[in-house]
Design a protein around this ligand. Structure first.
Ligand SMILES: [Zn+2]
Length: 224
C-alpha cells in the first residue's frame, strides 16, 4: 500500500507529485507569515478585490503570479477559452457576486496565445463536452473565415481568433444586467478591459475595444 489511501493503491510517482504541492503550500504559508504576520488574519476578514478577471484554465497563465498580485486582489473566473456564455450559470453567478456584491472596479477578459481551446475550435469538432463548450468559438471562427483563412500559419490563425474571442466575450458580458447596472452606476464606476497574455514573452497586451461599434450596435446601456 502507498502512504496515501487513493487510487491506484501504489504509485510512488503520483504520491510524490501531490506531496510536492502540499509541501509547496506549507512553504508558501510560512513565507507569507514571515513577510506579513497579519496576512491570514486579514484574508480571513476582508474580501474586496478590485478586479474580476475571466481567463482560460491554461496552466501557463497563473494570472495572480503574472500580474504580481497578492492574494485578495484578483477575483478569478476560469474556463476553457475564457468564455462568457449565457447558458452557463457559473459566469452569471461570478458577475452577480463580484460586480454586484463585492463591487470590483474592473472587468477583464483575458485570452492568451497558444490556447488549446481556441486551437481545438479551428480543428475538427472533438465531440463530447469539449466540443459543446467550444461550439461558440467554432461559430466565431466560421463568421470570420475569410480573415482567418488569409493567415498562413495555424498558430497565427489561432492567436487572431483568440483575440476576436476576447472581444466577443466582452460583447456577451455586455448583455448581463449585473454588468449593465455597473456601467451606468456613477457611484461605483466599472471599467472593461480586453487582454491577451503572450506565452512567448510573458507579457500582457491590452486590446483596443470597439466602443463606437458597440454604441452603434446598441450594446451599451443608456445613460452611460
Ligand atoms: Zn487557453
Amino acid at each position: 500500500m502507498s502512504s496515501s489511501s487513493g487510487y491506484p493503491a501504489a504509485h510512488p510517482e503520483l504520491d510524490r507529485e501531490i506531496d510536492e504541492l502540499l509541501a509547496g503550500n506549507r512553504g508558501w504559508a510560512a513565507e507569507r507569515l514571515r513577510q506579513f504576520p497579519e496576512a491570514f488574519n486579514e484574508m480571513d476578514r476582508v474580501h474586496a478585490p478590485p478586479y474580476l478577471l475571466v481567463g482560460c484554465c491554461d496552466a501557463r497563465k497563473p494570472m495572480d503570479l503574472v500580474t504580481g498580485s497578492q492574494p485578495g486582489r484578483l477575483f478569478l473566473h476560469r474556463n476553457v477559452a475564457n468564455q462568457v456564455r449565457p447558458d452557463d450559470p457559473a459566469i452569471g453567478a461570478s458577475f452577480e457576486f463580484a460586480l454586484g456584491v463585492l463591487g470590483v472596479r474592473h472587468l477583464i477578459i483575458c485570452g492568451h496565445t497558444g490556447c488549446g481551446g481556441i486551437q481545438a475550435s479551428l480543428l475538427e469538432d472533438p465531440g463530447g463536452d469539449l466540443g459543446r463548450w467550444t461550439a461558440p468559438v467554432r461559430a466565431l471562427a466560421a463568421e470570420n473565415a475569410t480573415e482567418l483563412d488569409a493567415l498562413l500559419h495555424f498558430r497565427t490563425r489561432a492567436d487572431t481568433l483568440a483575440e476576436m474571442n476576447v472581444i466577443r466575450q466582452l460583447e456577451n458580458a455586455l448583455a448581463y444586467p449585473a454588468v449593465r447596472a455597473r456601467l451606468v452606476d456613477a457611484e461605483r464606476p466599472l471599467r472593461l478591459h480586453g487582454w491577451m497574455f503572450r506565452l512567448k514573452t510573458g507579457l500582457i497586451d491590452s486590446i483596443e475595444l470597439p466602443w463606437s461599434r458597440w454604441e452603434e450596435e446598441g450594446r451599451l446601456p443608456e445613460g452611460r
